[in-house]
Design a protein. Sequence first.
Lengths: 289, 289, 315, 315
Amino acid sequence: MTLDPNHNYSNAALRIGDVDRYPRRRVGEFIGIVASNAGVNDEYRHIVVKVHEQALKAYAGQMFHLLCPSPDGAEVWMRRPMSVYRVDKAAGAVEFLYKIEGRGTRGMGKLQPGDEFNIAGPLGAGFKLEPAWKNIVVLGRGVGLATLAPLSQLAAEQGVGVTAILSARHQGVVMSKALFEELGARTVTVLDSDGTSAVENVERVIEELIAARKADAFFTCGSNRLLKLTQRLGKKHNIPGQVAMEQIMVCGFGACYVCMRTFEVDGKRVLRRVCREGPVFNMQEAVGW
Amino acid sequence: MTLDPNHNYSNAALRIGDVDRYPRRRVGEFIGIVASNAGVNDEYRHIVVKVHEQALKAYAGQMFHLLCPSPDGAEVWMRRPMSVYRVDKAAGAVEFLYKIEGRGTRGMGKLQPGDEFNIAGPLGAGFKLEPAWKNIVVLGRGVGLATLAPLSQLAAEQGVGVTAILSARHQGVVMSKALFEELGARTVTVLDSDGTSAVENVERVIEELIAARKADAFFTCGSNRLLKLTQRLGKKHNIPGQVAMEQIMVCGFGACYVCMRTFEVDGKRVLRRVCREGPVFNMQEAVGW
Amino acid sequence: MVDLSVKIGDITLQNPVQPASGAFSWEYNDVIDLNRLGALVAKTICREPRLGNPTPRMAETEAGIIQSIGLPGKGIDYFIAHIVPEYAKFTPPLVVSVSSETIEDFAALAEELSVPDVDVIEANISCPTRNSTGGNFAMHEDYTRDCIKAIRAKTKKPLWVKLSPNAGDIVSIAKAAEAAGADALVIANTFLSLKIRTDNFRPALGNKFGGLVSPALKPIVLRMVYQVAKQVKIPIIGIGGVTKAEDVVEYMLAGASAVGIGYAGFRNPTALISIIDDLAAWCDERGITKVTELIGAVRDQDMETDTLAAASVGV
Amino acid sequence: MVDLSVKIGDITLQNPVQPASGAFSWEYNDVIDLNRLGALVAKTICREPRLGNPTPRMAETEAGIIQSIGLPGKGIDYFIAHIVPEYAKFTPPLVVSVSSETIEDFAALAEELSVPDVDVIEANISCPTRNSTGGNFAMHEDYTRDCIKAIRAKTKKPLWVKLSPNAGDIVSIAKAAEAAGADALVIANTFLSLKIRTDNFRPALGNKFGGLVSPALKPIVLRMVYQVAKQVKIPIIGIGGVTKAEDVVEYMLAGASAVGIGYAGFRNPTALISIIDDLAAWCDERGITKVTELIGAVRDQDMETDTLAAASVGV
Ligand SMILES: Cc1cc2nc3c(=O)[nH]c(=O)nc-3n(C[C@H](O)[C@H](O)[C@H](O)COP(=O)(O)OP(=O)(O)OC[C@H]3O[C@@H](n4cnc5c(N)ncnc54)[C@H](O)[C@@H]3O)c2cc1C
Ligand SMILES: Cc1cc2nc3c(=O)[nH]c(=O)nc-3n(C[C@H](O)[C@H](O)[C@H](O)COP(=O)(O)OP(=O)(O)OC[C@H]3O[C@@H](n4cnc5c(N)ncnc54)[C@H](O)[C@@H]3O)c2cc1C
Ligand SMILES: Cc1cc2nc3c(=O)[nH]c(=O)nc-3n(C[C@H](O)[C@H](O)[C@H](O)COP(=O)(O)O)c2cc1C
Ligand SMILES: Cc1cc2nc3c(=O)[nH]c(=O)nc-3n(C[C@H](O)[C@H](O)[C@H](O)COP(=O)(O)O)c2cc1C
Ligand code: FES
Ligand code: FES
């Protein structure tokens, strides 16, 4: 059963092929068409959404704000933010890697190929690769890897070497390994199940990479522990870094001030909007959560 | 896509085969299983719901209060009342004939075989056949015929002859003709399209039936015009009658006093609950709507 | 197995779940076992027979229903003679809701209703659609005090007072009711509302105004219960948007001793029973042995937050 | 093609659809053409820089969201120097919302904000989560009068006053604002609410209380707009639960001259544009040539009802 549109709401969203009457647009509301939506492993799913070309401007670290269909006949009131996992320009599609957490993602999990899916974006400031960086280290855990994965695409395009340290509970939920490797990254898997994800071991791995000059910058997402570790090692070795943060959102483009996180800038604590100044921030300024 | 249950709500509804812990029950909340749900003609649909045996006590003129699934991901707030169209004791099913009017019936139209459907009932006071009546005349229009149809079943069981006058806009939407005939009723179809549904013609048909002693009582539903006509002819020839009334409902079993209609009893106007004193009322007392 | 019983003054309820006045009648016995409820709550009764408001009496809105019934009923004499005995067939305490437009009559009604089979008088001083010029004493602190004082003087039955969510300062009104002798507060009645049909430009209800009923309102009423619970000593019955066992818990955490349910019982006629069962299971899973442990147990003194501590004051 | 323009005092809006304060910023320009809106409405500004409330600032409830932002901002100087110029790039009138905890400062702020690029001062005297002890003048008739009088004395700009739905008697407060010199009334702000998490017994918001935002609230606010419109002469901007063109119509029928939109623009970032388009189409289909024909056009004098006429009085 495909749900009808909810006629209590109105939108001027762009569908594939629509002429954009507002070409100054940087952010769109789009009605895409689901091309596929399938489980990746025990916990994660991967959705491919064909969408208006304006949406294909998204780059690594940016996100979309998704109007998830209701899983149960009661309204899902707010959109859900998701990092763009991959932009497939040739296929005219954006992709998301997601974990079913609650009602929104449960509804998303029910989408079938051919269904419409209303997504808004691309939103926020994503990852930036500086020309000086020749080799970067990407560390992520869980759905955080969905955010980091497109970074490997970006790095590949710019000829930057990537080592991806993928942390997970057990082998069954290691994610994005294939995508990272396909794009030329070297991957290191660390697991809770065999103890390799322990901070000391990850620290050892990173110190080796630093010694081998394979760590011009750190990128992390999804683990406060990995953030703290890379902040410490970054400070110690004077290596810059970026972190993608999460926070509950309402608008997604800077109007509501719901999505605040605390940062420390020049010894002073400030609040920043995850949706606008972020979701990617200077790692050393992040206070964590 | 089958919707998950809406976990904001809780119920102790009976499923098929459940032991009823409250055997004094006269009205149940049931979670039935849709056996079929298909279009009958351009406008009407027919749904068959397998259901707990307690629900099979329903008789002609009674109704169920249906918790229609959402057609669009926003909640449908109230149940919708529907006359029972047929009780199939052998198959353990109740059936409804319905017209898609708005959101509730639209959601109902999306139910697929195998889906759950929460229905409460049987509710109200239905039709009563007095032993003295040997031949009755049933007059209905539109969905009103759904209410009248099971009367033919009741009449058949009690050896009462039925003439059913089926009024419709055009041949394509004449309903329940087959069901009436299958149960031995004689049917007369009157249409707007050829003018036969005009009051004068229907009056002529009825007068003929009265003359032929085929009209010991009138039963009507769904048309104010037919109600007025049978009231007038009933008064003239001293023929009793029953009418099934509609009104917006909340509770369905007498608690809320939302479903009131006006009646005239011994020259005094009174209000009665369609869900409890009705939906079937003494035709001569009904004021109409 | 958790002990679900709660005390509202001298009355013990076997569990904290009761129907809301007007959303219930003994005829519900057709559907559920009334002996399982915390209390039975009769539809608000007035002195004279009343037909109630013109139809339509209910309309759906985007996120709930509005209704305007207008307190129809057969009057107090019929009520005492014929309806009280119907309720008396069941074991839970009987709460009789009553309404009037004058203070004197209100008190007299309460006195007349103080018959043996009635366990509690609920003064409905807050019906939003009764009449625009009277009957809704709960909009004002002084009216509330005077009305409850007068009733208190005329009955020894436990006296519950149903407040209005349309009042601006519900805490003062609650305190006035307490000071005037209320034994418990029922928070709250419905929100005065209007729907206009865009097809014919007319109000959707025959009475024009109606009371909004929707689970959406729970956060507002919950806030009122929380605020009032901090300021009064008498028990509170929370009413508004309870549709599941967690909502009972939420109201109790905010300070309510019990809840009333209207809408949920319309949507699911067996809801009150399943909510009682679910509440017991919820407590059992968490090792809560007495449901009364939940009353006022909100953890509001040690908020956890992940941004700057004194944030609201400024940089 | 219908003429959608409406007048709010001396200000002409090209159409009656504007964003609600706090749910909008010039950054919306990334998504929609701001020049199509009836007005631009800036987030409420305070004198000093403020961080706002602790997170989480939003939580979903059964039928809407509660939020508590706490009026963060960089203060009035930064606002005039950097934010007003951002808005000045667009053609619709700029409405600047302002809030303070003292009457003197409120008036002084309004004076300082009366710079050329600002077209309207909106006095937000109703933020429910600003501070429990101040800033929410709209709960009281007298405070409202004193506050608006003071502001009126300090600015010649059109002065709109945003009222609170939490007040008990909004009509008196509206009349007080009118008498004190308001040019228009904005009805209303959000409903003070609370959500308690049943998993950890804590309030769901960092600030504990929050404002409830939900389409469910439209019938309540609509009732307020209707009541106030019958009693004041100045125009009303209706805010609360507008999610589609028919809601604009419904508010206008009740007496509003325009509407503000918050939630719908969060759910559908392009909603304001489509609602304007849908409203034009709705009028065109019905041969309505000026949208102003709808203002106060509710047919409430000849109710049609199919039960007993004088029903509410009794048999
Ligand atoms: C910038 C950003 C990028 C993200 N990228 C991804 C991704 O690529 N894949 C993925 O699986 N998840 C991602 N998330 C997390 C994702 O937004 C949440 O898992 C999702 O909102 C949960 O919604 P739900 O309805 O399933 O769960 P519920 O628990 O029912 O959500 C309840 C409420 O909390 C909010 N919420 C809950 N968790 C979060 C969270 N972590 N961040 C923001 N809001 C939250 C929801 O918006 C909702 O209002 C991202 C979050 C952010 C902020
Ligand atoms: C006793 C009784 C028996 C009925 N039997 C049948 C039947 O067998 N088959 C059939 O197709 N229809 C029947 N109806 C009518 C059916 O209830 C309505 O068509 C249905 O409620 C419309 O719901 P909707 O959501 O599709 O339409 P909407 O127009 O969206 O409904 C809007 C609101 O109006 C109420 N409503 C609208 N029309 C009616 C109505 N006529 N009676 C009561 N409430 C109404 C709905 O409950 C809802 O709250 C019966 C009604 C009654 C009272
Ligand atoms: C149809 C209907 C009739 C009502 N009648 C009364 C009444 O007679 N007396 C009263 O105090 N409250 C009455 N109420 C209000 C309810 O008791 C209750 O306060 C309200 O429905 C909110 O609770 P809920 O959210 O659980 O429905 C009525 C409500 C409804 C829906
Ligand atoms: C996130 C958020 C922030 C808000 N901030 C303000 C504000 O700063 N000033 C104000 O007057 N109202 C504020 N409001 C209230 C809105 O202006 C509006 O009154 C409310 O959202 C109701 O309208 P809606 O139903 O269209 O959302 C805010 C609302 C939300 C949801
Ligand atoms: S979500 Fe609104 S400012 Fe970030
Ligand atoms: S629908 Fe409640 S009394 Fe009839």
